[in-house]
Design a protein around this ligand. Structure first.
Ligand code: NAD
Length: 289
């Protein structure tokens, strides 16, 4: 089929996120109507990074809108590893907290893996604890990283066939690349995980029925990297001359891709939505419903 004949759908991630948040809000409402407390997400910020503060604000608003409780704890940038771990352990012990999110990146000098590794796996709504990452690898039920869950939800809601599909994931981070590769594999796609040392990246991408770019290199994926009819998911967020830019040349892939997620209102709103869903899941397993 010539590329020109393909009508590309630009995914409205915000609209999709709002649909799911409505369902989550209804679930929270049912718990509260049954006399139970609302689920609660605890977010911890270390330091005063403005981007992190803004992300946290977005998460608080998202919780409020679906009737979920949220708390924020801010520690100074100079907090020691022990201070941060002690604060995480206090949240682990708090019966009123269902989900714990340590906002990343942490200030230099703090060991993020050691800190996220102290979060109770049952409250690990970011899916970063080795217990949850290991369960994902083994195909067991677990709390899974939010961005990969959001990507899978987009693919499902847009009815992108995954069984036997060739999926290429660019990026191999613990928070996006690796977990989304595992989820795609679990959905019976044949997955190729690419990274900064991959040879012939363009050729590999051109073979993909599903292409996920989670890199952080602005406009890395161009029109001639995309197979006609492919589903293209742009996870990357970079700022170029003050302008937010993704990993994919969204305008360039128009008429080639079957669907593409834009860098704004694409994967981002779905990530927060999956954080809400994970918090609800953690709550329901803790209260035993
Ligand atoms: P990361 O920096 O941990 O990983 C980047 C990956 O890209 C690495 O595995 C690296 O090998 C690979 N890479 C780097 N340069 C490359 C190149 N030229 N060619 C091929 N591969 C290359 O990043 P991350 O945490 O996975 O995030 C990736 C991007 O996604 C970032 O821009 C981040 O801001 C964004 N992000 C967005 C959301 C969202 O909700 N929209 C969530 C998480 C991350």
């Amino acid at each position: 089929m010539p590329p020109e004949s393909i009508s590309t759908t630009v995914v409205d991630g915000l609209a999709l996120a709002n649909e799911i948040r409505k369902e989550l809000g209804e679930a929270v409402g049912r718990h509260v109507s049954a006399g139970r407390r609302a689920p609660r997400l605890a977010v911890m910020l270390v330091g005063d990074d403005p981007a992190s503060a803004s992300y946290i604000k977005g998460k608080r608003r998202a919780c409020e809108r679906i009737g979920m409780d949220s708390t924020e704890q801010t520690l100074p940038a100079a907090a020691s590893q022990e201070d941060v771990i002690a604060a995480v352990e206090a949240l682990n012990a708090d019966e009123g907290v269902d989900g714990i999110l340590v906002q990343l990146p942490l200030p230099a000098g703090l060991d993020a893996n050691a800190i996220t590794g102290c979060v109770d796996p049952a409250k690990d709504v970011d899916g970063l604890h080795a217990m949850n990452a290991g369960r994902l690898l083994l195909g067991e039920p677990c709390l899974t990283a939010c961005t990969p869950l959001g990507i899978m939800e987009i693919l499902e809601r847009f009815e992108i066939p995954l069984e036997g599909a060739d999926a290429v994931v660019i990026g191999r981070s613990n928070i996006v690349g690796k977990p989304v590769s595992l989820l795609l594999q679990r959905a019976n796609a044949t997955v190729t995980m690419c990274h900064s040392r991959t040879r012939d990246l363009r050729e590999r991408c051109r073979a993909a029925d599903v292409l996920v770019a989670a890199v952080g290199v602005p406009l890395l994926v161009k029109r001639d990297w995309v197979k006609p009819g492919a589903a293209v998911i742009d996870v990357g967020v970079s700022v170029v001359d003050g302008v937010l830019t993704g990993d994919v040349d969204t305008a360039g892939v128009d008429g080639v891709a079957r669907i593409v997620t834009p860098h704004r209102r694409g994967v981002g709103p779905m990530t927060i939505t999956m954080l809400l869903r994970n918090t609800l899941t953690a709550y329901e397993s803790r209260i035993g419903t």
